[in-house]
Design a protein around this ligand. Structure first.
Ligand code: DOR
Ligand code: ZN
Length: 476
């Protein structure tokens, strides 16, 4: 006896699509096949006209909890995810306090597990002062680490290159992936103070302070340190054509490096600064239009692996200040990624299977969650988005589930809407309505994470090895 059978849907995976019925039991997909092959079920859903996609895995969100409840919390953030057909999120550590000790991590786990509508992973902070906490953070259940090479919201200091090398040395044997805010801080600080001194307060001054070279330099440097230590790294929010070269070159050398981009770098450009003012302020900045197509091409070719959102909610007054340097960086996105991307699917620019690879399959593979997540197959978690690909609508910030009611997507005409979202077999959102009884159903996915065997390099030269035994000949 199944808990639920979904009839008349079109099942979509990273490789193929086909009409089928899907039976769900105990949070997992039990069987897929013709309607007459389905078991008896407690409940039946007719999904005529809908496509059944694996839930999206957004590996880059800021849910602000604990710390900034007026911007977002675990309840509103995961509700937004459910409305966007997102069934797993990875939350960033720039909360208050930053997620840099086992105790702070345990507190965040407690908050998330009591409020979340969807599954989640928590990032641990890899900063200059938290390198010594790596082991306790891994034991406490992190999905990976976040390292801020450049300053952004939350003002977490950027580790020096020396500290970064040591951080990579320490994380490499754990097998966890380090996600990088890859913008070089010293370049940006210098440029921002020169621009401020020159009296610039306009939105484009933000872009001028963070030219693409900050990303090129950071990606190249991080790749060298990852190659040296064997640490796995992930380049967050790829914004420029130029940083694709060090990324592709590192991949070709065999460095375990992956990349993500976000809708803001695929759909916005420097041409939008005048229209949007401070709303467009985000780190890394939205860049000149010439960057867009190469980023699309990198997704197509596999140089970029993943679509995430950098969902970064702020309140309206925080986004509408006149002086650009005082505007908070970022905007919500976890709920609008799917409709934005599905609009491109409808236009024939990308295939539905390609999109499912970028939003579900690849994140699951890169983070060791495949085949439990990212797949519609018997035995996989029943994390499902039922999507109406033909539904045309207009994004309205006021209607977002996020507490942040201000985004650059306001007023966009899109095609494609998630109608129901299931997380491990339970409706989190049904008929565009939040199923409030599912609050607290979300669980941390670090328990199912299986990363390949770690391959640390130059282990006889790490700081730890040298401090353990100062004589090179005796180190192993
Ligand atoms: O624009 C951004 N906002 N970029 C980041 O890296 C952080 C984020 C935030 O937390 O607001
Ligand atoms: Zn971010």
């Amino acid at each position: 006896m199944a808990d639920l059978v979904i009839h008349n849907s079109v099942v979509v995976t990273g490789e193929t699509m086909y009409p089928a019925s899907v039976a769900i039991h105990d949070g997992k997909i039990l069987s897929i096949g013709s309607a007459d092959s389905m078991p008896q079920a407690k409940e039946v859903l007719d999904a005529t006209g809908l496509h059944l996609l694996p839930g999206a895995i957004d590996v880059h969100v800021h849910f602000r909890d604990p710390g900034y409840p007026h911007k977002e919390d675990w309840e509103s953030g995961t509700a937004a995810a459910a409305f966007g057909g997102v069934t797993t999120v990875f939350d960033m550590p720039n909360t208050i306090p930053p997620t840099g000790t086992a105790q702070i991590l345990a507190d965040k786990h407690a908050i998330a597990s009591s409020k979340a509508y969807v599954d989640y992973g928590l990032y641990g902070l890899l900063g200059e002062n938290t390198i010594a906490n790596v082991a306790e953070l891994v034991a406490g259940g992190v999905i990976g680490f976040k390292l801020y090479m450049g300053n952004t919201f939350g003002a977490i200091p950027s580790p020096s290159t020396g500290a970064m090398l040591e951080a990579f040395e320490v994380v490499a044997p754990t097998g966890k992936r380090v996600s990088l805010h890859a913008e070089t801080n010293s370049i940006m600080e210098r440029r921002q103070s020169r621009l401020t001194a020159a009296g610039r307060t306009d939105a484009l001054a933000h872009l001028a302070a963070r030219p693409a070279v900050v990303a090129v330099e950071a990606v190249a440097r991080a790749a060298i340190l990852a190659e040296w230590t064997g640490a796995r790294i992930h380049v967050l929010h790829i914004s420029s054509a130029a940083e694709l070269r060090p990324l592709a070159e590192a991949k070709a050398r065999g460095v375990d490096i992956t990349g993500e981009t976000c809708p803001q770098y695929l759909f916005l450009s420097a041409d939008d600064y005048e229209r949007l003012g401070g709303i467009i302020r985000v780190n890394p900045p939205v860049r000149e239009i010439e960057n867009q197509q190469p980023i699309w091409d990198a997704l197509m070719s596999g140089v970029i692996d993943i679509i995430a959102t950098d969902h970064a909610p702020h309140a309206i007054p925080e986004k509408t200040r006149d002086d650009i340097w005082t505007v908070d960086c970022g905007f919500p996105g976890v709920e609008t990624q799917r409709p934005m991307m599905l609009t491109e699917v409808a236009a024939g620019r990308v295939s539905l299977c390609q999109y499912v690879r970028w939003s579900s399959v690849n994140p699951a593979k890169v983070w060791g969650l495949f085949p439990r997540k990212g797949l519609i197959e018997p035995g996989a978690d029943a994390d499902i988005a039922l999507v109406d690909l033909k539904h045309q609508w207009k994004i309205d910030d006021a209607q977002l589930q996020s507490r942040s009611k201000i985004s650059p997507w306001h007023g966009r005409n899109v095609c494609g809407l998630t109608i129901h979202t299931l997380v491990r077999g339970r409706f989190a959102m049904r008929d565009r309505t939040l199923v409030t009884g599912t609050k607290g159903w979300g669980r941390s996915v670090h328990t199912i994470q299986h990363m390949p065997t770690p391959q640390p390099c130059h282990t006889d030269e790490t700081m730890q090895a040298i401090l353990r035994d100062p004589k090179p000949s005796q180190r192993t």
